[in-house]
Design a protein. Structure first.
Length: 243
């Protein structure tokens, strides 16, 4: 009976941990803005802190020669007043993240602002300032993206998906909202790698919202291990009972 009570208690602990995590999932917003325009230099890093001064992110600009390229090269990461982050690569003087010729992307490495340790986050939303890639044709104004995560800042990691949210011709910005995203400490935002609609994608990254559950993974492992050990003890106790 005591073992059964312990088993029930351990199960309650796991359920309580799950409820605690859901209730304590925190959301953080990063605003990528500046008082003046700055193009940056090849390989530069820009550091930001969220609005609550809890998390930090180190952002860098990169480019690929093509959608099949797996070796990113460093680019200049610019910061442009209220419009946000843009990328300039060595053969392109455009100041936005685009897939005209080479494919630009920005990597974001998240950490805890207090201790500096890497911090896993899930992206919940991204707001982009749409840049008209061809002033003679508003129909080319597009901002499709691809997301990547995992690995380190200087590689492609895991390509997650391609996201399309076509804005109206007169829209100046678009917001992507995400649910049930993976959690990792390094994320990448590409101008669309597939570009299925044939439009050149061009944008600046204005802001980003991420979420994190502060419960350490070790706590989950402990709870699961406890439940498993108690369950084994309960089965052994029943097996040793006289018939």
């Amino acid at each position: 009976m005591n073992t059964l009570k312990t088993l029930i208690g351990a199960s309650g602990l796991i359920i309580a941990l799950g409820g605690w995590s859901a209730a304590n999932a925190a959301t953080y917003t990063f605003n990528f803005s500046s008082n003046s325009d700055s193009d940056g230099s090849p390989g530069n890093t820009r550091n930001f802190t969220d609005t609550s001064n809890t998390l930090s992110v180190a952002a860098k600009g990169w480019y690929l020669d093509s959608a099949s390229d797996t070796s990113p090269a460093q680019a200049s990461l610019g910061l442009y007043t209220t419009n946000g982050l843009g990328v300039k690569n060595s053969s392109d003087d455009a100041h936005y993240v685009d897939n005209s010729g080479r494919i630009d992307f920005v990597s974001f490495a998240f950490s805890n602002s207090k201790g500096g340790a890497a911090q896993n986050v899930s992206i919940t939303s991204i707001t982009l300032t749409i840049w008209d890639t061809d002033s003679s044709s508003q129909t080319r104004k597009d901002a499709d993206i691809t997301l990547g995560y995992d690995g380190v800042a200087g590689d492609l990691g895991t390509i997650l998906n391609h996201y399309t949210q076509d804005p109206s011709n007169n829209a100046s910005s678009v917001t992507y909202n995400f649910q049930s995203m993976p959690s990792d400490d390094v994320w990448r935002v590409f101008a669309s790698l597939q570009n299925n609609d044939g439009k050149i994608d061009g944008f600046k990254i204005q802001s980003m919202t991420v979420s994190t559950v502060p419960l350490p993974a070790a706590v989950w492992l402990f709870g699961s291990a406890l439940l498993g050990m108690v369950g084994i003890g309960y089965r052994r106790q029943n097996q040793n009972k006289p018939i």
